[in-house]
Ligand binder design. Structure first.
Ligand SMILES: [Zn+2]
Length: 133
């Protein structure tokens, strides 16, 4: 919970390293795009947000609110979620494909590879769509 403004949270690094190892080149923490995306792949017109489950209200047990100051957290997290949705909407209108990788999806090493392979498939599929249209 302590990493709300951390520029390089660990899950982001995992995703970046994976992409890099597969030959993808990206920009990171792009501040002139809505939501300051963690990873931007201009060549594929794709944006990846690596979301912490708690802060971005993932539908999983890692997103469970603490028992203390419940009202505060409910408001805070719901504001985050609203902002996320708004940012995604704007980015899509700008023509970006927006992907979200959740912290819990890549936490476990066994799931990680599969999850990130899927991500890459989705990103490159988009490119083919652009080419043929
Ligand atoms: Zn989660």
């Amino acid at each position: 919970m302590s990493k709300i403004s951390g520029k390089e949270t660990k899950p982001e690094i995992i995703v970046r390293k994976f992409l890099f190892s597969k030959g993808f080149r990206y920009r990171k923490n792009v501040s002139n795009l809505p939501g300051k995306p963690d990873i931007v792949l201009p060549k594929y017109k794709s944006i990846i947000f690596v979301h912490g489950c708690f802060w971005h209200n993932h539908n999983c047990k890692a997103a469970k609110l603490p028992d203390t100051r419940k009202e505060f957290w409910t408001k805070k997290i719901s504001d985050n979620k609203t902002r996320d949705e708004k940012n995604r909407g704007v980015l899509k209108k700008m023509g970006w494909k927006v992907f979200i990788v959740w912290e819990c999806e890549i936490k476990n090493k066994n799931n990680r590879e599969k999850r990130l392979e899927l991500l890459i498939n989705q990103i490159t599929q988009n490119e083919q769509l652009f080419k043929t249209s």
